[in-house]
Design a protein around this ligand. Sequence first.
Ligand code: FES
Ligand SMILES: [Fe+2]
Length: 435
Amino acid sequence: MLTAEENELLARIGPGTRMGALQRRYWHVVCGVEEMAVRWTKRIRLLGEDLVLYKDRSGGYGLLAEACPHRRASLAYGIPTADGIRCPYHGWQFDRSGRCTEQPNEPADSTLRQAQGRLFKDKVRTAGYPVEELGGVLFAYLGPEPVPLLPRLDGFITDGPAIRMYGQTLVPCNWLQIMENSLDPVHAEWLHGHLAEFVEEQRGGARFSHSRKHLKIAFAEFEYGIYKRRLLKGASEDSDDWRVGHPVFFPNILAVGSGGGELWKMNAYQIRIPKDDTHTLHVWYDVFIPPPGVAVPQHLLDTVTVYDIPAVDASGEFILDLLDAQDVMAWTTQGPIAEREHEHLGTTDAGIIAFRTMLRRELAKVEAGEDPIGVIRDPARNERITYAVEKNKVHFADGFESYAARVHNRHYPHVAELAAVFAANAKPIAAAYGD
Ligand code: FES
Ligand SMILES: [Fe+2]
């Protein structure tokens, strides 16, 4: 249990908050590159700030405060230039750093409001943040200089052919309850197990479920965050779930296991982007690396496809036969910001306590002038960040098509072709779980 004040401290991330200062030490996903293919600007809400992402005519990206510093019109309607953007209202031009580089209707020597004799335009600045692209995704850094390196996580860079996709949904709740879910292995047994079975019971279906009992759970810190492991009923202590587990990259990325055994590889990231205190963009960035020699339709390899993943239906009800919407239901029903002063933590909440402890510790490091965990400044450490992850997840026990139909990938526009690539190559693994 936290006090109401401690809860506020850990959850709120707007400008001027302490947790907001910690979050600003990390790069955050802004959008998929594909989203900018047919547009020049996109409104972005991030860490409680209203921003505009724009593409200039040289193909570069910038991220500025939405409101023009002249008289507050929106730069979302701006006119891109060679290396910046002009406000639609009076044409003031800004570069990526937020500097005003031109005021077309001011006299060239305007020193209006002069103080130190500098030109008027040189005194006007707006917030401008660095943007970088990696693996078909645009990231931004809203923190203080010097800007750290954008982490080159495995899968965002790949050696050979890979099918990559960027699925997204907007979750109407605070980022922290979503991250706490990632340190809570036992929920899978209930939310994705017994509840999923109950949903199927009402539909008259009988699909694969995750209701195996958790016999043991464990958490261990590593260089970039926390690993979690579980021993499921029927599995041996040699099972990947218990021997390997999977990591949470502090503060907002989960990387889950793969299903290919030795046949194929998968990186599956769940990235939680705090838009403001009560809205979180949830991105599923999946990378499927096919087995050698398997033909893959070229168009699957060419683009990192951006697609939407609905968590609720037309009547506003959660779509509970979709595994990921089961999670969204749990997070959302905890409230816009979960009232942790009313919770009762049990022994299975050890991972949640570990994460909160890490948040407080990393906050203290930032306030002492240090870099928090996982901030990278040495390029030699950032060639490619690889990590161990389970290769035999029980999720895949009844084949790839069943897996793809139960999870967010079912909304990937090319899911049938994806399944065709992997269906014949998904080794049944039920044996590993004592079936
Ligand atoms: S409001 Fe932007 S230039 Fe006037
Ligand atoms: Fe879950």
